[in-house]
Design a binder for this molecule. Structure first.
Ligand code: GUN
Length: 281
């Protein structure tokens, strides 16, 4: 039997219905800073703006020139930190190459109470304490957890194997799964015998950005597969990390790309913005 499709769009819509009355009451405002017109970032930002528009949340897009200096970007972040009308700040990644080395400083500059991406050390550190302290969790891991909850996939006692150890996804997701009583294995580019690890997974999550690297022979029957990877191929289509057509015959559930984790990341940023406003007042 082909796998159940875990569509982020449906789960995100359900989250938006919950958030709408809070947005109406609290009137939060999200500000997204983009430096340069990287095509994929422009698409992601359009998704965030469209979602905000759809649910009635204020969203401002601050566009900075590709050649902007570190000082200019810092000034913008500091101005937004000081503006009481601004609830949440997102600095869209990737930054242009000349700013990439300064990323930790930029992230540190965002006030933790306005860090709706959940990237600052303060918000990342809090998720280490327990589930109860996940106040502004990183958006993509939080979106994955919400997606699993929506489709009643429990984490307790499951063996979750995560491929990818980035600060944005793999590492914080491992902690958040641990907070929900999963047994977690994190694999990365130096992992030996990757197949042997992925074959043990009850829930297999890939966040690498390498098209079709996760193949059907790497997993057991009935596994739940979450594909975070998203790569634009030469012919312009979006491709996940997972060999979807082969894997869907084996897995019990699988996320599509696009339309799986992506909409949940957007929904998490919006949820975090609402939560940030609740904690600011
Ligand atoms: N670029 C790709 N994904 C993300 C995200 O979740 N947040 C930000 N700020 N930039 C991104």
């Amino acid at each position: 039997m082909p796998a159940e499709l875990l569509t982020g769009k449906e789960a995100a819509e359900s989250l938006y219905e919950e958030l709408k009355p809070l947005i109406k009451k609290l009137d939060p405002k999200l500000v997204i800073i983009q430096v340069g017109e990287e095509a994929t970032s422009t698409v992601y930002i359009e998704h965030k703006k469209k979602a905000c528009e759809q649910i009635g949340m204020r969203c401002e897009h601050v566009m900075l020139d590709f050649h902007s200096t570190f000082e200019t970007l810092l000034e913008v972040v500091e101005r937004l930190n000081a503006d009481d009308d601004v609830t949440g700040i997102v600095v869209q990644l990737p930054l242009p190459p000349h700013l990439a080395a300064a990323l930790p400083l930029i992230q540190r500059a965002i006030h933790p109470k306005k860090d709706v991406d959940g990237f600052t050390a303060y918000n990342l550190g809090k998720i280490f304490l327990s589930k109860d302290f996940e106040h502004l969790p990183p958006a993509t891991p939080a979106g994955i957890i919400a997606l699993l909850e929506y489709y009643h996939v429990s984490l307790a006692g499951k063996h979750v194997v995560i491929v990818g150890r980035s600060n944005l996804v793999g590492k914080p997701l491992a902690i958040m799964c641990l907070n929900r009583d999963a047994t977690v294995t994190v694999c990365h580019s130096k992992t030996t015998d990757l197949h042997q690890k992925t074959l043990q997974a009850d829930i297999l999550i890939s966040a690498v950005g390498s098209p079709k690297m996760i193949t059907a022979d790497m997993m057991k029957k009935g596994v739940v597969v979450i594909d975070v990877g998203i790569t634009r191929t030469d012919n312009g289509t979006l491709q996940g990390d997972v060999d979807f057509d082969a894997v869907k015959e084996l897995a019990s559930a699988i996320t599509p790309v696009p339309g799986g984790v992506g909409p949940m990341t957007v929904a998490s940023v919006i949820k975090n913005t609402v939560r940030a406003k609740e904690r600011q007042i």
